[in-house]
Design a protein around this ligand. Sequence first.
Ligand code: FE2
Ligand code: FE2
Length: 199
Amino acid sequence: MENNNRQSIWEKVEPLLLSGKQKDYLLHSRIVERAMKEIISGEGGQSDILIPAAILHDVGWSEVSPDLQLAEDEANKHRALVEHIEKAPPIIRKILSELGYDKDIIQKIIDLVIAHKFTDPKEKDKQMLIDADTLSDTYKESFYSDVKSYNSTSRKNWEFCSKNTFYTKTAREIFEKQLNERLKEIEEAESKINYSNRL
Ligand SMILES: [Fe+2]
Ligand SMILES: [Fe+2]
């Protein structure tokens, strides 16, 4: 996919992602784009559909009310997740039409985005977006950003991430590698703490 196309999507989507409350959706979406590129290089696929879908997949959060985004009870958490999917299509249609995207391509991108939550798709491209979304959480920047956003610890976040499952072989392989790197960092940090406690 051409760089200036990607760049113009980013320019439109960045301000919208900044209104996300629960976590840093701008960082998250950038890392999902990176994960998607890496998955495409192993699995193949149409990058002119898959990359925009990765960049835009969480844009629906921009129209979920701040209170609902930060809800702590299960029913409202679920409602928020449903809304971030439901609100996405018109936003994506507007952004991509303004950029002169073809109607059919826009629809394909929307179909991928709305399948990234609550589905277990058979189509490879839909599986790849779900994999990129899940995989992104184990990359260094996202991992430690989530530790802060969710008031968690590196160890707890690692255990949470380690339960993730994937559709594609490429995503699974990158995941194992990233997870090992995070574990090394965590063990190193813990051994430093133990050492200084002994002094
Ligand atoms: Fe999402
Ligand atoms: Fe996401």
